[in-house]
Ligand binder design. Structure first.
Ligand code: ADP
Ligand code: ZN
Ligand code: ZN
Length: 729
């Protein structure tokens, strides 16, 4: 018997081992952890296959050391999903299997909670009281030993008795092991009824989805911001998990949506675990155990939660399915949304993709009949869609990026008792420090990029590599004074504080959110009404519900209008629509002002006049004409090295071996230089692979990548393959 083991290494293969010498009689199960010798190390791998032969000669095969589990540490669907994902994303299988486990399991901690101490049960006492039969003296000895103690620690017991004996008596119910940690109180799931009467559209969505339970189907829940999508999730989940089922809910970022988690906890008391990157290793392990054992009925988590072992999975929800954070941008570059759909297919259960601004891919899938589309076109109750307008920055005077009409509107809304959101997707004080007399701009020493001025920290910072430098007092070239040019959120905060000294302001961006708990502080200040103005970046777009916000000002819509990336306009439309959705969520009507230099731009015009769906239809038409996804399939080979010439010859060689494969439907484009051509002292370039069909892309990558692996490259070369990249840069 040969064990095929997936080991957490960057090699695209499994490793063959002989079974451990002291193996029990039962054949091992796939998906268990195995300790193996690997070079000079001992590593933990996953048993992913068993075969009768190996390509290695028998003398070269090493024996595995020990199985760490009796049962798989993945549910069967996830086990297969991971194998599929390793192939589809062409990522080393050992890293893929490792990524799905909490760190503590990767490092060998027990999958089940360990017993800390033992005691005798009532049945054990009775057994001991029976007349001595002399047939099982060891068992009697253990019972008698325990009878003299109220509890004995696991260490004391194992000094005196064999583990097999403990197991045998525990199986008969005569002794019981106590687990010290609590994995939460999941014994008593209570599903509380919703307090809201569903709108007609909500009820229709709930009914249609419920009719598909217990079979695979994909539901695109396209509901404008604040239309009650969450209420639909809650009702469908309540029905789906009623028979001991489990539901997986993916969200872009937990820290930004504490309200969502609270709503779930209120509705499903005693059944919810939350998984995100802020957990300690121990918390992660506990959450994993609760899900794996089936005790946790609802798992809410970010991207990597898509791999949580859930043996009784009955439903998957992907909230804000368009969100870019579902795509892992380094290492194992998977899309949690797409894997969520694959997992639902494997498990034979429905998956709901919810968004106010669905991705063009999902809309195309709905148009093609592969996804069922459910519309929630209105906000329930009195809440109305906000009024949107464009402000021509060329026509109006402005003060540090704030046009006169925007300043007047802020003033009016504040006076009327509303709260105001000012959105700018650029943190820091100013994006460049500029010399007016010679044109010098403070550059990053390590990147082809400018440094951003952070005034409060008194630093220049590079947003691409993280480098910092002191702020120079004078121009490095000519010695003249320097000017901070352009706006970042820090400067907008300063300007607004000056213009509206009586309106307390809160700022939400990565600089203010870096300390633990600070996001919550900012959100609390907005909810309590203490803060009247909220300035922030992208972080503001994610699902917040601020009832008192009546005005949203988008300072600069133009960043995405002319960007080269094929997804840039989709992103822009999503951002504008999502930020705008923060306005007027309850009885007060909302207003949205979008500042731009290009008010006549057709994208902006269509978005304002006809809404996101109409924009999406025309954007899809453009994609079709240009042959971009979803009308083609892409993969991007990114590479970087300090040696620019060596980098280029590596990519040229990769392109040539690809062309030699003669796949007629595959186009290899490039090498092309990345937008930031040098980052952290490394030059960056890529090859873009384009095909019409997934299958030909997969076949090509399967043949090509082993050849690229074998190519020599410059010292320190790093490269990666990104299947279905979000950005082709
Ligand atoms: P979304 O998830 O689409 O942003 P939510 O589910 O958060 O929307 O709902 C937005 C607001 O509308 C919430 O305050 C919610 O309580 C309320 N709401 C949702 N459904 C209803 C309903 N059927 N009747 C009244 N209010 C509702
Ligand atoms: Zn100068
Ligand atoms: Zn830099």
């Amino acid at each position: 018997m040969i064990l095929q083991i997936a080991i957490d290494t960057p090699l695209r293969r499994v490793f063959d081992y002989l079974p451990p010498p002291t193996r029990s009689q039962e054949p091992p199960r796939l998906g268990v952890r195995v300790l193996v010798p690997f070079g000079r190390q001992r590593l933990i791998g996953i048993l992913v296959g068993i075969s009768s032969e190996s390509a290695l000669p028998a003398g070269k095969l090493k024996s595995a050391l020990e199985f760490l589990d009796e049962k798989a540490v993945y549910d069967p669907v996830t086990f297969e999903l991971l194998r599929w994902a390793a192939e589809y994303y062409h990522h080393p299988i050992g890293e893929v299997y490792a990524a799905a486990l909490p760190v503590s399991l990767r490092t060998g901690q027990p999958a089940a909670p360990t017993v800390e101490d033992w005691s005798l049960t009532e049945a054990g006492r009775e057994q001991l009281a029976l007349p001595d039969s002399r047939r099982a003296p060891q068992q009697r000895a253990l019972l008698a030993w325990l009878a003299q103690r109220s509890r004995a620690t696991a260490a004391q017991v194992s000094e005196a008795f064999k583990p097999a004996l403990l197991k045998a008596l525990a199986a008969r119910g005569w002794i019981v092991g106590h687990v010290s940690e609590s994995v939460g109180d999941f014994a008593s799931l209570e599903i509380l009824p919703g307090e809201l009467a569903l709108t007609g559209a909500q009820a229709q969505a709930v009914d249609t989805i419920l009719a598909t339970l217990a079979a695979f189907s994909v539901h695109l829940l396209f509901g404008v911001t604040g239309s009650g999508k969450t209420e639909v999730y809650l009702q469908v989940i309540a029905a789906a998990i009623a028979q001991q089922g489990q539901a997986l809910v993916l969200v872009p970022e937990i820290a930004l949506t504490p309200q969502l988690v609270e709503r779930f906890r209120r509705r499903f008391s005693g059944g919810v675990v939350v998984v995100h990157s802020g957990l300690t290793d121990g918390e992660r392990r506990d959450a994993w155990r609760a899900a794996h054992s089936g005790q946790a009925r609802i798992v809410i988590g970010t991207r990597s939660a898509v791999f949580t072992s859930m043996p009784r999975l009955a439903l998957i929800v992907v909230d804000e399915e368009h969100d870019a954070s579902y795509k892992q941008q380094e290492g194992f570059r998977y899309s949690a949304r797409d894997l969520g759909v694959m997992r639902a297919r494997g498990a034979g259960v429905p998956v709901i993709l919810g968004s106010a601004t669905p991705s063009l891919e999902s809309l195309e899938n709905a148009a093609g009949g592969r996804y069922a589309k459910h519309l929630l076109p209105q906000r329930p109750g009195a809440a109305q869609a906000p009024r949107m307008s464009l402000l021509d920055l060329r026509r109006h005077a402005s003060e540090q990026g704030l046009s006169t009409p925007a300043i007047q509107a802020i003033d009016q809304h504040l006076k009327a008792g509303g709260q105001v959101i000012v959105f700018l997707n650029r943190r820091g004080y100013a994006p460049s420090l500029f010399c007016n007399s010679c044109g010098w701009v403070a550059p990053c020493a390590h990147c082809d990029a400018r440094m951003t001025l952070h005034r409060r920290a008194l630093k220049l910072r590079c947003h691409h590599c993280g480098a910092q430098a002191p702020v120079p007092a004078i121009c490095a070239d000519c010695g003249e004074g320097l000017l901070a040019v352009g706006q970042g959120t820090e400067r907008v905060e300063e300007t607004l504080t000056r213009l509206f000294p009586d309106a307390p302001l809160a700022r939400l961006d990565r600089d203010t959110a870096s300390a633990r708990g600070s996001i919550q502080t900012v959100l609390d200040r907005v909810h309590s009404g203490d803060a009247r103005i909220l300035v922030g970046t992208q972080m503001l777009t994610k699902g917040h519900h601020f009832p008192e916000v009546t005005l949203v000002v988008i300072l600069d819509a133009d960043q995405g209008l002319f960007a080269s990336d094929f997804r840039a306009t989709e992103r822009l439309a999503q951002t504008i629509t999502q930020v705008a959705g923060r306005a007027g969520r309850e009885s007060r009507p909302g207003e949205v002002m979008i500042q731009t230099q290009f008010p006549e731009h057709p994208l902006l015009q269509r978005l304002i006049a006809e809404g996101y769906e109409s924009f999406a239809a025309s954007a899809l038409e453009e994609r079709r004409e240009a042959g971009w996804p979803p009308y083609s399939r892409l993969a991007l080979l990114r590479a970087e090295a300090r040696d620019r010439v060596g980098l280029d010859s590596f990519l040229q060689a990769a392109s040539q071996v690809g062309a030699a494969l003669n796949e007629s439907t595959v186009k290899i484009l490039g090498p092309a230089t990345a937008l930031i051509a040098r980052r952290a002292d490394h030059f960056r370039a890529h090859l873009l692979i384009e095909t019409a069909a997934r299958s030909s892309l997969q076949r090509f990558l399967g043949r090509w990548l082993p050849q690229v692996d074998a190519l020599a490259g410059p010292a320190g070369l790093r490269w990666s393959i990104d299947v279905d990249p979000l950005e082709v840069d």
